[in-house]
Write a protein that binds this ligand. Sequence first.
Ligand code: PXG
Ligand code: PLP
Length: 450
Amino acid sequence: MSPSAISSADVQLGTNPNDLEPHWMPFTGNRQFKAAPRLLVKAKDMHYTNADGKQILDGTAGLWCVNAGHSRQPIIEAVQKQVATLDYAPGFQMGHPLSFALAARLASMLPETLDHVFFTNSGSEAADTALKIALAYHHSTGQSSKKILIGRSRGYHGVGFGGLSVGGMAPNKKQFGNLLGNVDHLPHTHSLEHNAFSRGQPEWGAVRAAELEELVALHGADNIAAVIVEPMAGSTGVLIPPVGYLERLRDICHKNNILLIFDEVITGFGRLGASFACERFGVTPDIVTLAKGLTNATIPMGAVVTSHEIYDTVIQNAAQEIELFHGYTYSGHPVACAAALATLDLYKEEELFQRAADLEGYWEEGVHSLKDCRNVIDIRNMGLVAGIELEPREGSPTARAFETFLKCYEDGVLLRTTGDTIALSPPLIIEQHQIDQLISTINKQLETVE
Ligand code: PXG
Ligand code: PLP
């Protein structure tokens, strides 16, 4: 078959193992996958269809991103219409109406002070952009010594050099050396000793925010540009912020003229039963990063939302015409903007953020019913997210969770695992009986994993 004859779901792969070889897959055991591939060919609402024609219940909203469920008609139509009307427009020194409409829409959804939007194509680009904006802001005020970026142990901010440097997931970093200088890390807040099987926010842990004062004492406030954290750490295995923790970070940043960045790539768009984590926790950062649920993952897109104070400072103090030397070919891509606008309409029309809040109690009962399952050492939840942590198997950490993932997949349910934690984050349209299916499948399969 000539390459031009190949089209998406019609491709018949797998008959020849070499078919899979050329694609270097991301964050995947390539050898393992290619020896026993798991190919998805279709999706609708809560389900994938795999290459064997089997229905798979999506317990992870793809990769935490398909919040309104799969292949939703209004988003499909918006994308089809846009691609046929204005496929692309240059974003540098030119514009098109949809990106302005989308920026205004996002600003109206976030806390009042967060009202200027810079578009990217992914969460990784959003993280790197946010860090660069923080540096540019201090540069604009003449405080160029403020260069240190502080992240957190176990944090995930994507895979660009900036996000990876402030990130704190060891396996993601160790192949790449020291990365950026001028970086330090807060400790994470996870503690089985104090917080195992907490429901919602754990009581213990605000004390870990006080470490920021230590870092300020160590480096000097004059040298620190920004602190970046996920309000709820997702990728590392669902760590819910302890009561008072985010407030304390906010307070210390205020006092020391350090910008606070919330990476809401996962927590945005209803995941925690509110539009954004900053709304749920009542803590407003200076910068928010978004991606994933922004377009329901139909078309890749990310965004950085900053306060008007940051925007005004960088814009008004610029000596040159172009105030910020940063941007991507596809920043504010018209098709992505159309997908995002249709997605935000759908969230609103179906009140999906409220739906996540309404389901939280049922979800919490469901996930905590797994407490006595084999090897379970912790369960954490909030909104429509849960982490189920397993005791690592001696000598082969992560194997237990991965085997559970494989078995559940065979049994018609898609999970995500990270280390020895099973992470659940279904589309917000999930029905109670589907929550029951998800929980009962995990319950059954956990008992079969040694
Ligand atoms: N920040 C946060 C908080 C994220 O969770 C990114 C940035 C990077 O976004 P992109 O779009 O560049 O991937 C993320 C992404 C998982 C998993 O299951 C998590 C992410 C992506 C893929 C898988 O652990 N988070
Ligand atoms: N590499 C080269 C050679 C380029 O010309 C460009 C953009 O013009 C890039 C990388 C950056 O690509 P993007 O703007 O899609 O991030």
